[in-house]
Design a protein around this ligand. Structure first.
Ligand SMILES: C[S@@+](CC[C@H](N)C(=O)[O-])C[C@H]1O[C@@H](n2cnc3c(N)ncnc32)[C@H](O)[C@@H]1O
Length: 237
């Protein structure tokens, strides 16, 4: 990864001392075009970053995760395929505004994040994270959430409603409701396949994270996902 030209890894100390020189300049410095930039946050092996990169050559994709070993498989695949519209950034999501300027990112994909049922502040679709994403998104920047979790899906629908974010598409059972030709059906992540193998339905939500003067956390009580407390063999059962 250290020698891959499309992988950026910045220790926190370096970031604090020098900042990130490509912030606000990814397109002119790295991609060498003016195409929209799409982030996958918590990308794991980067299946969406690479898969969408192949489907949409007219957009630039950046996969982000804190775990380098996982990201390596997507980084290797995209390098070997000679893809010029894919990059990877190793960082904690909480620091994302240090790497991108306002209006630099058009879309954010959240693929199977931990629902963080007990800690709203750590949930990647909480208002805390919406505030963070707003610092890098274009005015009508899109958020895509794909999840197995009924809890996270319901919470995110409620959060979008409470803050009047326009919802462009939503389904609690993606593989039985979307157009079979839709490209979002053609890419399955590592975690997604595990949940599908266990017979769980996949939920998907796409909304515009517009500017708001203030944000409201939803007040609805949401039932926890019962299967999340099971260990792997009980989940399989
Ligand atoms: C449940 S996995 C999903 C991985 C992948 N999207 C998939 O569907 O297979 C969550 C991923 O998010 C990453 N992650 C969680 N919290 C993060 C954070 N605060 N900053 C960066 N990455 C994070 C983890 O390292 C992990 O790879």
């Amino acid at each position: 990864m250290a020698v891959y030209p499309h992988v950026f890894q910045y220790p926190f100390a370096t970031l604090q001392e020098k900042g990130f020189e490509m912030k606000g300049h990814w397109n002119e410095t790295f991609f060498k075009n003016n195409n929209p930039i799409v982030l996958e946050l918590g990308c794991g092996k980067g299946e969406y970053t690479v898969g969408l990169g192949k489907l949409f050559p007219e957009k630039n994709f950046i996969g982000t995760d804190i775990k380098g070993a996982r990201m390596w498989s997507g980084a290797k695949e995209s390098l070997e395929a000679g893809m010029s519209n894919v990059a990877f950034l190793r960082t904690s999501i909480e620091l994302i505004a240090a790497f991108f300027a306002l209006n630099e990112v058009s879309e954010i994909w959240l693929t199977f994040p931990d629902p963080q049922m007990k800690k709203a502040g750590k949930r990647l679709t909480s208002t805390r994270f919406m505030q963070l994403y707003r610092q890098i998104l274009t005015p009508a920047g899109l958020i895509h959430l794909k999840t197995d979790s009924p809890f996270l899906y319901t919470y995110t629908c409620e959060m979008a409603k409470a803050n009047r974010y326009p919802v462009l598409f939503q389904t609690a059972d993606l593989y039985h409701s979307a157009d079979p030709a839709d490209p979002i059906l053609s890419i399955r992540t590592y975690y997604e396949q595990q949940w599908l193998d266990r017979g769980l339905t996949i939920k998907y939500l796409r909304f515009a994270c517009e500017e708001r003067d203030s944000l409201t956390e939803p007040e609805t009580e949401i039932e926890y996902d019962p299967y999340r407390s099971f260990n792997r063999s009980r989940r399989k059962g």
